[in-house]
Design a protein around this ligand. Structure first.
Ligand SMILES: [Zn+2]
Length: 195
């Protein structure tokens, strides 16, 4: 198998690691040779080196040797799943759904049977939206703030209404109490009631 350069080879290894729940790292890592091993040092490895080491312009790499068996367990986190990886990996979803919820993102990543925390999901969405909209990302942030303010006002309105209802109920009860003890309500009280 031939890769365009060492970067492509490493990306392929990381992608493999994410999909199969192994954390891969690169103890040897230069333009001529890259060794990928499992972080758990279980024996799994791939050596890749330049197809033509004497030609500095030709960056293609090929696999020279490998051992594809793991003598270890899988993990549920992966340090290659960065917010940047998430942003680019799911860029099209973010493009179609800029409001993609944090739990939604986390659930999606669980397809890899991997867990990410909400902050990472949130950062991924921020990065993706910035990449998609450029400066518009800032406006989008303002838009969220506006909606947030509206929601708070609505909430306050609801609380106020509840308080008013409570107040009216109290007034009604007071009125009932007073009705049990005549004399008749004064003109002023009647006016207040019909307000
Ligand atoms: Zn392993």
């Amino acid at each position: 198998m031939v890769f365009a350069n060492n970067h492509e080879f490493k990306e392929a290894c990381k992608e493999y690691g994410i999909k199969h729940r192994y954390q891969i790292h690169f103890p040897t890592n230069d333009k001529k040779r890259v060794k990928a091993t499992h972080f758990k040092k279980c024996g799994w490895y791939i050596w890749a080196s330049k197809l033509n080491p004497k030609d500095p312009t030709y960056m293609s790499m090929q696999i020279k040797s490998r051992k594809f068996e793991h003598a270890c367990g899988k993990v549920f986190t992966n340090f290659h799943i960065t917010s940047k990886w998430l942003a680019s990996h799911y860029l099209e979803i973010f493009r179609h759904d800029p409001d993609w919820s944090i739990p939604g993102i986390i659930t999606r990543v669980k397809a890899y049977t991997l867990t990410i925390n909400p902050i990472k999901a949130w950062r991924a969405r921020e990065l993706a939206l910035k990449a998609i909209n450029g400066d518009e990302a800032v406006q989008y942030g303002r838009y969220i703030l506006d909606t947030g303010n509206k929601a708070i006002i609505t909430m306050l309105e609801m609380i106020r209404n509840k308080l008013m209802t409570k107040l009216f109920k109290k007034r009604d009860m007071k009125q009932k109490d007073s009705s049990q003890t005549p004399p008749m309500p004064t003109r002023a009280t009647q006016e207040t009631l019909h307000d």
